[in-house]
Design a protein around this ligand. Sequence first.
Ligand SMILES: [Zn+2]
Length: 405
Amino acid sequence: MSAAIPKGILGYARYKLKQISYSKESIEVNVELERDSRHNHLCSVCNQKASPERRKERTVKDLLFHGWKTFTKVEYYEVRCKQCGIRVEHIPFIRPCARATKRLEEAVAWLCQHLPLTVVALYFSLNWKTVKNIDKAYLEHRFEAPGLDNITVIGIDEVSYRKGHKYLTCVFDLNDPHLIWVGLGKNKETLSKFFEQLGKERGKRIKAVAIDMSKAYIEGVKEPCPHALIVHDKFHLVQDFNKVMDRIRIDEFKKADEEYKGFFKRTKWLLVMNPLRLKEDGKMRLSQLLNINMPLNTAYTLGEQLKQRWECVTVAQFNKALDNWCEMAYESNLKHLMDFADMLKVHRSGLWSYCLYPINTAILEANNRKVGLIRRKACGFHDLKYFILKIFQADNPLPLPLPVP
Ligand SMILES: [Zn+2]
């Protein structure tokens, strides 16, 4: 007795199986579907009833069928919708213009979240570029319009997406911590694109903005958020100080005698990492470097002290602590530290604002780490738009387990 596969399992809602053929040579299954004429034509944009205009056909990739590559050919209509005009009709299992079924897109996107493109491509017997295009199309759809309503506290941060000072600006909603916008560059113009999208009225409702002390961001925020308190939070301050630390490290490396240059190798991260997180080898190399180089030793000690300034609970306490720190920086006679102290004084109000408004910027720190991971996982991310979508995905990953078709 032969049996048929129950229609519900195949997942071709509103369609009927017309024909199934296969090729042993190419290990392919070709499924041909026809519309079930009992169903009305629906507009793919508003889902309302629409009148058919022109019959069309399209072949899309589908999930593997028992290990066989599967292609699904569907007939569909261009429809005239009263609201939207000429559109393609709604197909429940394929998004308009997609080259793969929804279930294949979801499976690819889910796997690409955990594995390199090349591995996912091998699994589905697809070209890696096809896998990338499917993943990208899915992510574009998923993150096409992040909500910008009810945002009152934002955090802005730069992340490096490629070597050679290539940066992106990320904007976060810090009340309901999540990423809301990513743009190319890290200047005032970059931010103006975000605020254009946010609109004037919503900009006026922003109460506080956590940013670093760069002039570009401060200038970029003032006008579109006239009522916002600028807050230089602890995360941004430490980030700014780390840049100073690195400049001192580079200067000292250049000045060091040949016999000492080896001590500077692979120390960039040792100098800025939380010392409690360092492994034994790291601790030893850091201690050796600080022992042979007094300027770095001084800067490192001052850096650790700077992080403790944020224990202050009142503005008066903070101001006193800041003045003490700046005095020590001036006494060090190190130009980079003295310049940094000058900068702290210029941005004093933004710094003590953190005492009044201790914004939690943990999400910015986490985002920095995630972007680093994406960079490492896909060396040579030349498609910037895809890279940005991956940042959104890292912030809001697809849930476990893999969605069921
Ligand atoms: Zn419509």
